[in-house]
Design a binder for this molecule. Structure first.
Ligand SMILES: Cc1cc2nc3c(=O)[nH]c(=O)nc-3n(C[C@H](O)[C@H](O)[C@H](O)COP(=O)(O)O)c2cc1C
Ligand SMILES: C=C(O[C@@H]1CC(C(=O)O)=C[C@@H](OP(=O)(O)O)[C@H]1O)C(=O)O
Length: 409
């Protein structure tokens, strides 16, 4: 089992991320983690903080000479903003002074769609600062750092991930467009919206420009693909062992994600059964599926085909053209407080979604195959695959995809 924890506030000194349960021998390199942190800051439509935030990474535990030790991995990500917030976010008892009043002013006009009001009710605060500091998606930097470690573990087992943007507001990649593979990550990261279809990407840029001009914000949909998974990760036997359920939880836990689909998801509900499932065919290299509508899981278990999950993000709640609210200090009608904010953070959400899927896949794989060292995990995985009788074996995923196009469709 893999356990992960994060701590830290958006304008505090740093974020802390801990991963417990990772086997020894997994490559953990600061440059790989830093590269993923850099990818999370990309994307057309992000606010000004992403231009100067450095995500200062320190590996504080669990790693020696570039490899995991089997002990908890501890990561620290320094917040570049901290020097400006030492007084407002001081952990020691502090009376805010004249100097810090601007930044430290009580936020009594909660933003509809953010955690402000309900957080104040629940945690007994009369302003939103103590709530938004932790509700903020700044925390996703810690998740992405842990996700980089999980991805390294998975890649040791031949499993690789990629994510891309499917839609921004009403602009959507056409149905039937090519899916990216892990070899396309650099091209995706170079695209302003992390979209695999250049023509759609240009329309998305225009949509973001339009929303910004109108003082508005946007959401969208991202898709994560995992290649190289063995069949049988997760289980049908109990609700909390189902991999699709676990992935949904992992993705829904990301700030502003409001919907998750596995495979063709809701589109499948509009089809008849005869056109909704992936039929099985015997080929020379094993059993293969004639299509990939299910998105790589059946019965809460991986099928061994490409895993495909989607997450839908609502528009950013801090709308520059401020929304109506109540000033809870006076009880009067007001407009919501607004400081700098993202217009659209969908591309970043794709990178975060990739991290969360990687963490959950690593967790479920360790649950099935165990191992205190990566060599032991790999041995257990190989032994399991070898033990599947010839008559039940599936063809390698890439071959299956080829057959699906060339012969079976
Ligand atoms: C990468 C990322 C960046 C975000 N940036 C902002 C932002 O700049 N302003 C904002 O109001 N919300 C932003 N959000 C969304 C809020 O954090 C989120 O709406 C809030 O925590 C309330 O949670 P909920 O939307 O899940 O109910 C962002 C989310 C993600 C994933
Ligand atoms: C800091 C990050 O995202 C933040 C997420 C966020 C929110 O409300 O979720 C609000 C903004 O915070 P700030 O006012 O400090 O700019 C974003 O920039 C980040 O992703 O690293």
């Amino acid at each position: 089992m893999l356990r992960v924890l994060t701590a830290g506030e958006s304008h505090g000194p740093e974020l802390i991320a801990v991963m417990e349960g990772l086997p020894s021998g997994v490559p953990v390199l600061a440059e790989d983690i830093q590269a993923d942190l850099q990818r999370r800051k990309l994307g057309y439509g992000r606010g000004s903080r992403m231009k100067f935030e450095q995500d200062e990474l320190t590996i504080s535990g669990g790693v020696r000479h570039g490899k995991s030790l089997g002990s908890p991995i501890a990561l620290r990500i320094g917040n570049t903003e901290w020097p400006k917030w030492t007084e407002v976010m001081n952990p020691a008892p502090t009376e805010l002074t004249e100097k810090s009043r601007g930044r430290g002013a009580a936020l009594t006009r909660p933003r509809p769609g953010h955690a402000d009001l309900v957080g104040m009710q629940k945690y007994d605060f009369d302003e939103a600062r103590p709530i938004l500091e932790r509700a903020s998606a700044r925390e996703t930097a810690a998740r992405v750092a842990l996700g980089a470690v999980a991805r390294s573990f998975l890649s040791e087992l031949g499993i690789r991930l990629v994510s891309h943007t499917l839609s921004i507001g009403p602009v959507r990649v056409p149905d039937g467009s090519a899916l990216p593979t892990p070899d396309d990550v650099d091209a995706l990261d170079a695209d302003p919206l992390r979209c695999f279809d250049p023509a759609t990407s240009a329309l998305m840029v225009a949509e973001v420009d339009d929303a910004r001009k109108d003082g508005d914000t946007l959401g969208g949909i991202v898709e994560v693909l995992a290649y190289g998974l063995p069949p049988g990760v997760g289980s049908h036997v109990h609700w909390d062992r189902r991999l699709d359920g676990r992935l949904a939880q992992a993705l829904m836990s990301i700030q502003a994600i409001k919907g998750v689909e596995v495979g063709d998801g809701f589109e499948t509900t509009r089809r008849r059964g005869s056109a909704a499932h992936d039929e099985l065919f015997e080929t020379e290299s094993g059993i293969t599926r004639g299509s990939d509508r299910a998105g790589g899981t059946e019965g809460g278990m991986t099928t061994g085909t490409v895993l495909r999950v989607r997450a839908g993000m609502k528009p950013i709640a801090t709308v520059p053209h401020s929304l109506r609210t109540i000033d809870v200090a006076s009880g009067e009608a007001a407009t919501a407080h607004h400081q700098r904010s993202d217009v659209c953070a969908v591309p970043a959400s794709g990178v975060v979604a990739e991290a969360m899927v990687a963490i959950e896949l690593a967790n479920s794989i360790l649950e099935k195959f165990g191992g205190d060292s990566i060599r032991e995990t790999r041995r257990n995985l190989d032994g399991y695959l070898e033990a599947i009788p010839e008559t039940l074996r599936t063809a390698p995923a890439s071959e299956a995809a080829l057959l699906a196009h060339d012969e079976l469709s």
